[in-house]
Design a protein around this ligand. Structure first.
Ligand code: PEP
Ligand code: MN
Length: 356
């Protein structure tokens, strides 16, 4: 196989590369059938026949090719897709990295790490304003709070809806904080637009492709959380839906995945941060609150996430966690949050960053 010609072909941003290794025993007929199939799918085929084995390299522009189509063919030993199924989300699309910019000068994806904090759910004016003031004093730049809550049980608190959005905007403006809140369905997008600065797509909706398509049409940043059982490739494919709609202000978020470990609520995958930075140009957030589900483990994971290169943090804080209507056990007390911010300010310079 003329290797250099394949390398040239993959330099283009939209090329796709497929390697098919045939079995030693593959007949000329079987090899020809695979070549025909690759050509049928739009690949240009490069053939290399060694002493025993034939290897076929397919170069094309097909990005959604299912490798199993080839794996099932007689005479085929292995099939490898070299290029990723996402294009716009890939690092090569914007090698310098994406920086999401807000009107008040805050940037996510630049040198400064942005801390977003607040309660899991907006519960009342008194609750939100108390927490909002404390997190702003400690140095947070974005106020979080669920208005529409994706609860595992239909009997759990479902959120205050539009009233919560109004409170978030008011508290955000009062304490000079941007506002992030979760959007669960298409009908909520319009409703939320006047109130939020960032739409949060939760773990449970990472593959709600209809919702993602609609958010792709919006011209407001979206923070996309990794699903509990999603691979990083799947996370990037979901981001691709948003980018394909023309929304380039996308921020990704690691919030823990489900593993066999039961000590923590989820397993915080810190390695997702440097991996995403390698694979994608999109900024990466860490959510150690959902990532661990335990207040005593939030700070260590937050410190690790900053050391690992996170561009932003999403942290749950509550002034009365024992009375919280959701996720009290993983919410930091305001004093703990303030102490954590001090620690993050010391860790960030060690990795040539600053806390915004
Ligand atoms: C949340 O941020 O409160 C939330 C529900 O997060 P996740 O989608 O990660 O569970
Ligand atoms: Mn929560």
């Amino acid at each position: 196989m003329p290797r250099c010609s394949l390398q040239r072909a993959t330099a283009g941003k939209t090329s796709a590369l497929m390697i098919v290794a045939m079995q030693d025993s593959a007949s000329e007929d079987q090899i020809q059938q695979v070549i025909d199939r690759l050509v049928h799918f739009g690949f240009e085929v490069h053939r290399s026949t060694g002493a025993r084995q034939t290897v076929l390299g397919g170069v094309g522009v097909t990005s959604d090719f299912d490798t199993r189509e080839l794996e099932m063919m007689p005479g085929v030993q292995e099939v490898h897709r070299i290029t990723s199924p996402y294009k716009l989300a890939g690092r090569s699309f914007r090698p310098e990295g994406t920086v999401v910019k807000f009107a008040n000068g805050i940037e996510i994806g630049g040198k400064k790490i942005v801390v977003m904090a607040g309660p899991c759910s907006v519960e009342s004016r008194e609750q939100l304003f108390t927490i909002g003031e404390l997190i702003a004093k400690a140095g947070a730049r974005v106020l979080r709070g669920g208005a529409f809550k994706p609860r595992s049980s239909p009997y759990s608190f479902q959120g205050l809806g539009v009233d919560a959005l109004k409170l978030l905007r008011e508290a955000g403006d009062r304490f000079n904080l941007l506002v992030i809140s979760e959007v669960m369905e298409i009908s909520q997008i319009e409703l939320m637009l006047p109130y939020v600065d960032i739409f949060q797509v939760g773990a449970r909706n990472m593959q709600n492709f209809n919702l993602l398509r609609e958010l792709g049409k919006v011209r407001k940043p979206v923070l996309l959380k990794r699903g509990v059982a999603a691979t990083l490739e799947e996370l990037l494919c979901s981001a691709e839906y948003l980018l394909a709609g023309g929304n380039y202000e996308i921020i990704l978020c690691e919030r823990g995945i489900r593993t066999f470990e039961t000590y923590t609520r989820n397993t915080m995958d810190i390695s997702a941060i440097p991996i995403i930075h390698k694979l994608s140009h999109l900024p990466m957030t860490a959510d150690p609150s959902h990532g661990t589900g335990r207040r005593d483990k939030v700070a260590p994971m937050a410190r690790a996430a900053v050391a690992a290169g996170a561009d932003a943090m999403l942290i749950e804080v509550h002034h009365q966690p024992d009375k919280a209507l959701s996720d009290g056990a993983q919410s930091l007390y305001p004093e703990q949050f303030a102490q954590l911010m001090d620690e993050l300010r010391m860790i960030a310079p060690a990795v040539r960053r600053e806390i915004a």
